[in-house]
Design a binder for this molecule. Structure first.
Ligand code: KDG
Length: 329
């Protein structure tokens, strides 16, 4: 069985039920979420061995979060329990013309204050074939930026394939460094870069002009890159969206089919479902099938409430291999 390691903060997700607003709700739906752990949950559901690296507060909330990861099939044995608090994110779902809103309450979380010294990299990376990180982790604190760099250096030393999702979040990066001062060094240790168009500007200080330019820029700047994967949200409105993605190898470009999303239940975690699908696809299929599989996983996630995509391989493959332009209703 392939072994994967993911790293990143897991938070408590509190959201008003249905489409209620923060102003009116008397209760919150409670679950746990975190971009990289969401990727891990999808991969674990598809039968891979996934260990997640994070740090939890040593209290009931931290233990509950850890229990949830284990319910999602994730190995939590490397996670330390430390003084500090659990990060929280509040999510109000959008509808029609109203966008979703995310409010973070995560400063001084156990993970953002963690320096990674408790990690034993030999043990963590033993027999591992893939390591996944995202631009959320280095955005949390100077310590987390250092931890991300250290984890990538340790993965590289052992020849592990590394994927990184630029995952720019405008309401993070408050610790005194800009993303473009930190992210290029991390991308230089990465084999598979996942990005939305605005991520290039914010994280790498590169304007997205044409596909050829992006490809040339990234392969020139980042020596270990094998694939650049760009996701596209073609039309913007909360009720009607068309999505697709492209995978650039050094010599070839593969495009996925487009999906028209006619009813969106929950956008959160769609990029993570896509990233999980991409990792699974690149480990098991040729690049063209991998990008189709990733896009189908991302498309299906729009119909599933919560942070995590739990969906069979077969369901994704059927959608990915269908002939017509996909329609998720
Ligand atoms: O991709 C989904 C994430 O945005 C969500 O799980 C919360 O990890 C999160 C974050 O930092 O925004």
């Amino acid at each position: 069985m392939k072994k994967i390691v993911t790293i990143g903060e897991v938070m408590l997700r509190l959201s008003p039920p249905g489409n209620q607003r923060f102003f009116q709700t008397h209760s919150f739906d409670v679950e746990f979420g975190g971009s990289e752990a969401n990727v891990g949950a999808a991969l674990a559901f598809w039968g891979l061995h996934v260990s997640h690296l994070t740090a939890f507060p040593d209290n009931e909330i931290g233990w509950a979060a850890s229990g949830q990861l284990r319910k999602n099939g994730i190995d939590t044995r490397f996670i330390p329990y430390l003084p500090g608090r659990m990060g929280v994110y509040y999510l109000e779902q959008g509808a029609m013309q109203r966008s979703s809103q995310v409010i973070y309450d995560r400063i001084n979380s156990a993970f953002s204050n963690f320096d990674g010294k408790a990690y034993n990299w030999d043990e963590i990376f033993h027999g591992v074939s893939w390591f996944h990180w995202s631009g959320i982790t280095p955005a949390l604190s100077a310590k987390c930026a250092e931890l991300t760099l250290c984890s990538l250096q340790e993965a590289r030393k052992r020849g592990i394939t590394v994927s990184g999702d630029l995952n720019y979040r405008s309401n993070l990066w408050r610790f005194g460094k800009e993303p473009h001062e930190v992210m290029p060094e991390l991308m230089a240790l990465t084999n598979v870069m996942i990005a939305g168009s605005r991520d290039f500007k914010q994280c790498l200080n590169e304007e997205f002009k044409s596909f050829t330019e992006v490809r040339n820029m990234a392969f020139d700047r980042f020596p270990h890159l094998e694939y650049i994967v760009k996701t596209d949200r073609i039309s913007h409105s909360s009720s009607n969206n068309t999505i697709s993605a492209m995978l650039f190898a050094k010599k070839r470009i593969h495009s996925s089919k487009s999906y028209e999303l006619t009813h969106i239940v929950d956008r959160v975690g769609t990029g993570d479902a896509f990233a999980g699908g991409l990792i699974y696809g690149l480990l098991h299929f040729k690049p063209k099938e991998a990008i189709e599989f990733a896009m189908a996983a991302g498309a299906i996630k729009h119909s599933v409430p919560g942070d995590v995509l739990l969906c069979s391989l077969q369901e994704i493959q059927e959608l990915a291999s269908g002939e017509a332009v996909g329609k998720i209703k």
